[in-house]
Design a protein around this ligand. Sequence first.
Ligand SMILES: [Zn+2]
Length: 117
Amino acid sequence: MTVILRKVTKTPLDFDIKSNEITFKGYLEYHAGKLILLKADLRGLVDTECSTCGDEFKLKVDEKVEFFISDGLYDGDNIDIDVVESFNSSADLDELLLSEVELLKSDYHSCNSCEKN
Ligand SMILES: [Zn+2]
């Protein structure tokens, strides 16, 4: 699902997308200047590797995701929330979901049996 950034207004634009066993459900809302707020829940299961034993396992995910999408280069003040810059005036939500999943995978995770030990 691709969203044209300049079409996002103060009225939240809902989205609900799915990739494998993960759902990414939330909304986009115009904030100010070039910034569009994305707020969503990331829920489901992600295939990942245990950082301890290397076995593949399914990681249960239930996270809140919140960041700004900037329509072009962001040159404003530092803000508390991450800013993702878009240089094609649009946001590809499937791609954003994939990068969130990759980010989760890069964290340290232990499978159930390693966690018990
Ligand atoms: Zn393990």
